[in-house]
Design a protein around this ligand. Sequence first.
Ligand code: NAD
Length: 486
Amino acid sequence: MPAGPEIDRLWFDPAEMLIGGAWVPASQTLPVEDPSTGSEIGRLARGGAGDVDAAVAAAVAARQGDWGRMTAAERGRILARIGRMVLERADDLAVIEAMDVGKPLKQARADAVALARYMEFYAGAADKVMGETIPYLDGYTVYTLREPHGVTGHIVPWNYPMQIVGRSVGAALAMGNACVLKPAEEASLTALAFARIAMEAGLPPGALNVVTGLGEEAGAALSSHPGVHHLSFTGSVAVGRLIQTAAAANIVPVTLELGGKSPQLVFADADLDAALPFLVNAGIQNAGQTCSASSRILVERSRYNEVVERMATRYAALRVGPARADLDVGPLISARQKEIVAGFLAMAPEGSVAAKGTVVADAPEGGHYVAPTLLAGPGPDHPLSRDEIFGPVQVVIPFDGEDEAIAIANGTDYGLVASVWSENGGRQMRMAKRLRAGQVFVNNYGAGGGVELPFGGVGKSGHGREKGFEALYGFSVLKTVAARHG
Ligand code: NAD
């Protein structure tokens, strides 16, 4: 797989971070790895506590300067411009993401378009967040104002860098916050490219700052910084706990999105032809490295064998290879992630592998490839059915009746997304109410991504809502003004 022409598309130096409108190097760098080949394709700035201090100071200055004084309509206009420019450069962004994350090109391009959509959505929403007037005592006028927190910290994972930057930074900027963004060390390139575009689009210096580097260095410095007024984090439960602890020390609000073990419930009366592509795609998209991946398929017993067989046929046709070959599935992000997934697969009970996809013969040897694996056998309490694997692995589990379906579906620590496949309207509504999840889909899964749809979890999937209009409430503070005028 030639690496040359794609690397030429990197129109910036990833060893520079954005602080106060200036592109600055760090004293050290980290390797940038292409997961499709395992080879180094560049160097990334390894920012530290001093860089975070400077970024927070720049954000404070932006809030006190042009950015803080800007009207909501003007902020919206800048976001709209960023959105247009992101769309114009969607192909370039897709190539960068494919190199950096290993995503098949089509999926990477869809992420670039989603990033543009977040900018468009929050551009239009920026001047539509309103307070209320509250009927109160005689002689009083009472109203509420929605104000920005001030400086917001955004710690982003490697699986969907563009989408997660879009949803979190887009909403925060729309409300007038000044952002400090710490992308994942495994995949920071499109966050840096986005920041370049935002500056070209006229975002004032300091409104967005990007400090790249390691989680335990730049990430920890950002989450514990006393100058940060709100934290937004997407990633693992273990690090989410650290972020919430750091937020507690500074008494600042935090939004946590920590993944899940999301089920699809297939009842005997489901339209299987419609369901099948969703059942499989929701598990293998982005090689299963998706917080809302559907890693459990629960099937009413009378159709269990049929679903396993039909999913197995699809699995057998899946092809895995380098991102630029644009097959069904790309590599995992890193050797470490591949090891984690291999560890899970080693726990599969004998005879439980129903089908596997194929890693293409010319996939580069150093790439982190795992054949998608469909499991029929592990019970609902098996670690493969309870823990987040973050790889292309799905477990199919039988159930008898609605109560058992709910008991299994709600029986993990997580609660991010769920779906119900049934032609019975009453059952759809009952299941939607009883499922413990932040989003429930009826006869679909994911609804095409939906930047408009509030998203977040319950339980160990986290708390707070991102996406949609709801995110704007999370990125703002409500002030009540009570005026006594007689
Ligand atoms: P992670 O939670 O370690 O990293 C996510 C982000 O947090 C990165 O930007 C990282 O630099 C930062 N970070 C790490 N340690 C930090 C610290 N001490 N303080 C502040 N920030 C810190 O996730 P990972 O190691 O990349 O992946 C591990 C597991 O997390 C995966 O196997 C998967 O189960 C889960 N995960 C979930 C999501 C999701 O979307 N919910 C995304 C990525 C990973």
